[in-house]
Write a protein that binds this ligand. Structure first.
Ligand code: B1M
Length: 210
């Protein structure tokens, strides 16, 4: 599809208004919000990520691309959330301390809301105390943590260890995700599950709650 290719280019160039237009056009053409999200926005961000890795793009450009992506996600959010699905449970989610990547986390939150979960988003750079405090205050069922850096993913273990130490580990289902993680890492740090993407996170959360 030409428009999808164009949108991926626009995302690469950090053109927020064009992304908003593209999202609206695809929706008018009858695309499902989830397809717009994955096939246009997430796929476009993958291209950005590759060129960032290869030293072709730098932080300022990637930041523009991320902001353009967020403009598109803002349109999709209410569409993904308005499903009238029965209430499933409550998740506290946040990106771990030292890490400011939030697009994947936001996406997971959006999809979970769409599936009927209540989501309390602690934002980025979240310290263990903040997770523990929010889990108790919100009487949450699930803890979700996101990390995009190899240097911040070990912090997930810090949070889980803290839960263990306080005797609260078994009170919550702990789900983790983020590009550098894998299933083995999830097991090693004592999480209940590693979630490859937002759709998988929804399926796993549902399985645990059911
Ligand atoms: Co950063 N960055 N970045 N960055 N950045 C990566 C992660 C990197 C892989 C790029 C690269 O080199 N190829 C690299 C990490 C390398 C490593 O650790 N080995 C990197 C780096 C190095 C950095 C800086 C250190 C760069 C610098 O300053 N020199 C710096 C760090 C800042 C910090 O956090 N302290 C930095 C900064 C930034 C920006 C600010 C410019 C921007 C973030 C903007 C924002 O988020 N608001 C940015 C971006 C955009 C990226 C890439 C290009 C894209 C990330 C993204 O949004 N992907 C990224 C490249 C990449 O990932 N390949 C990169 C789209 C998103 C939908 O996918 O986040 O994977 P993702 O989420 C998925 C799944 O992983 C999963 O579901 C999501 C949806 O399907 N998931 C979960 C994620 N979290 C989950 C939680 C769950 C469940 C599933 O809980 C239950």
């Amino acid at each position: 599809d030409e428009l999808v290719t164009q949108m991926q280019d626009d995302l690469y160039d950090g053109l927020g208004e064009e992304i908003v237009d593209g999202v609206n056009i695809l929706l008018e053409r009858g695309w499902q919000p989830y397809d717009v999200l994955t096939k246009a926005l997430v796929a476009g961000m993958t291209v950005v990520g590759n060129d960032f890795r290869d030293g072709i793009l730098f932080v300022p450009e990637v930041l523009l691309a991320a902001n353009a992506m967020k403009s598109g996600m803002a349109i999709l959010k209410p569409l993904l959330a308005e499903t009238g699905a029965p209430k499933m449970g409550k998740m506290v989610i946040g990106t771990v301390k030292g890490d400011i990547h939030d697009i994947g986390k936001n996406l997971v939150g959006m999809m979970l809301e769409g599936a009927g979960f209540e989501v309390v988003d602690l934002g980025i750079n979240t310290a263990a105390e903040a997770y523990l405090e929010a889990l108790a205050r919100e009487e949450a069922d699930i803890l979700g943590m996101s990390a995009l850096l190899t240097t911040t993913m070990p912090y997930m273990k810090t949070v889980i260890d803290e839960l263990v130490e306080k005797g609260r580990r078994d009170d919550y289902i702990v789900l983790v995700g983020g590009a550098p993680l894998n299933e083995e890492f999830g097991r090693a740090i004592g999480a209940d599950a590693y979630c490859r993407d937002a759709a998988v996170a929804v399926e796993i959360a549902k399985d645990f709650i059911a």
